[in-house]
Design a protein around this ligand. Structure first.
Ligand SMILES: [Ca+2]
Ligand SMILES: [Ca+2]
Ligand SMILES: [Ca+2]
Ligand SMILES: [Ca+2]
Length: 503
């Protein structure tokens, strides 16, 4: 290590240190150099040499400058030293940095640089006032810049002193030259911690893909919870995370929206480390063009406990939605439910209705918004076997025809016990003359029938129902119901099964 260029330089090596006379304002370089590095033993001032990086983080291949800063601190009442030169001996880590562009004297400093020696890992240079003596007129100054390029394989996380003053050079290596004043104490402040990093962060985004229905009550889209982000980096514990939102193909800024529109949107998440390495993770959010409906149905009356569940076919109508679903009815509660039915997107629904197509009258109700879904509950009164939404003598007729082991459709078997018996007649009896509630108003048709002639039934192709004319008077009416209550239907024999009329 060339610890003191001033004492080894041919211009300076033969000169003994001394304080330059104030009267000699024009000096040779050698004379100025000779003026350096002297002073009394009493250090009134402190001169701090600092190495200041242009950035505290850089990527391999990037340039990074280190400014050599000189600061003078003089106690109150003391006279500041007149500094007319300085020399520096600096080491740097050649595994991380390459001196590229060398050493540059500050353009605002009225001094010159003695040609530096820069073997790999070492930088030795001196700055001198020349040819005129111009003492440093500032308490602090950036005096030189060291230009480095970060090595291709550099990897240093918050590493201090990648560039440092050469302590081995001692005062002979890092010192100032004086025109006057006491020799100051020299303090050396190395390069602070710098990160040299070429490794991009990682970023976990959970969930990465989101598919949700449109929120109930919204025709725009759905509120979606922000994802859980898990950033990680080899150096940077506090990564910069940004997002770029595209809402169904339209730029949506950087903020997570309160709602995503119907369609497919993306959010690009970018995690960037201090050195500028970054990773981009794209999250996809799809809002489906439907809303969800939860339905609960309850059947008043009593179901058979012989089965764990009873399966019923229930038709649900709400707006343009119209579908028949199998519903498992728990006999202990007489209730069942359907969840997450896909209904058309609407700002609101004012009515929904339901009907067990083989057993019950329809019921209508006002759907509520619960969370992000619609929910509605129905009470399904049984007794409508022909699905005309009335409970009347026609249903009684089917009951008579169906009496005995229930057919596969379960028609007339309201309590689900496998047989059509008096227990099922109770449903017709309790709900007799009732009609269903539909969202469109009253049930269609001519209303419940108090009586129907056997002739009419036959003309309509329902001659098999004539079996319900229990008293044989050509009519099916309350007289036959009274006859049934008194005598039952034990003598009825009619294997032909009639068809419902549709609701
Ligand atoms: Ca990194
Ligand atoms: Ca009916
Ligand atoms: Ca039954
Ligand atoms: Ca009759």
């Amino acid at each position: 290590m060339n610890s003191s260029i001033l004492t080894s330089n041919p211009l300076t090596h033969a000169l003994a240190p001394r304080v330059v006379s104030r009267g000699a304002r024009m000096l040779s370089l050698a004379a100025i150099a000779a003026a350096c590095f002297v002073g009394s033993a009493e250090a009134a001032s402190t001169v701090t040499f600092s190495l200041v990086p242009s950035d505290t983080a850089a990527k391999p291949g990037e340039l990074i400058d280190v400014v050599v800063h000189l600061g003078v601190s003089t106690p109150i009442g003391e006279t500041a030293p007149e500094i007319i030169g300085a020399q520096f001996a600096v080491n740097y880590d050649t595994t991380q940095l390459t001196l590229e562009g060398g050493v540059e004297i500050s353009p605002t400093l009225p001094w010159i640089m003695i040609p530096e020696a820069t073997p790999a890992g070492e930088i030795v240079f001196a700055l001198l006032s020349f040819p005129t003596i111009e003492p440093l007129d500032r308490a602090s100054a950036d005096v030189a810049t060291l230009h480095f390029r970060v090595n291709a394989g550099a990897s240093a996380c918050a590493t201090p002193a990648l560039v440092s003053f050469d302590l081995a050079a001692g005062l002979a290596g890092n010192n100032v030259g004086l025109l006057s004043g006491d020799a100051p104490a020299i303090a050396l402040s190395n390069l602070p911690a710098v990160t040299l990093d070429g490794i991009a962060p990682t970023l976990g985004v959970v969930p990465l893909t989101i598919t949700v229905p449109t929120d109930a009550g919204s025709t725009y889209g759905a509120a979606v919870a922000e994802p859980s982000l898990t950033p990680a980096d080899n150096c940077d514990a506090n990564l910069d995370i940004t997002s770029t939102v595209t809402l169904a193909g339209i730029p949506g800024g950087s903020a997570w929206p309160t709602q995503f529109p119907i369609g497919t949107s993306t959010v690009q998440w970018t995690a960037t480390d201090d050195s500028g390495n970054f990773v981009v993770v794209t999250q996809t959010i799809t809002v489906e063009p439907y809303q969800l409906l939860d339905v609960s149905v309850h059947f008043p009356g009593e179901f058979s406990r012989q089965a764990e569940f009873h399966n019923r076919w229930v038709r649900i109508k709400m707006g343009a939605y119209d579908a028949v679903h199998a519903v498992e009815i728990d006999p202990s509660t007489q209730a069942g439910s359907l969840t997450d039915l896909h209904v058309p997107v609407a700002a609101s629904y004012s009515c929904a209705c339901a009907k067990d197509t083989t057993h019950s009258l329809s019921d209508s109700a006002l759907p509520a918004i619960v969370g992000t879904e619609y929910a509605v509950s129905f009470e399904l009164l049984q007794g409508d076997s022909n699905n005309d939404d009335f409970v009347d003598v026609i249903d009684f007729s089917y009951y008579v025809v169906d009496f005995g082991p229930a057919n596969a459709s379960g028609r007339s078997n309201f309590n689900g016990d496998g047989n059509v018996t008096n227990a099922d007649f109770a449903f017709i009896s309790i709900n007799f003359w009732k009609q269903g509630e539909t969202c469109g108003g009253a049930a269609t048709g001519n209303g419940p029938r108090a009586r129907v002639s056997v002739k009419e039934l036959r003309r309509a192709g329902n001659g098999q129902l004539a079996a319900a004319d229990l008293n044989g008077d050509g009519w099916i009416d309350v007289q036959d119901i009274a006859h049934y209550l008194e005598h039952g239907v034990a003598t009825v024999k009619n294997p032909e099964k009639a068809r419902g009329q549709g609701w």
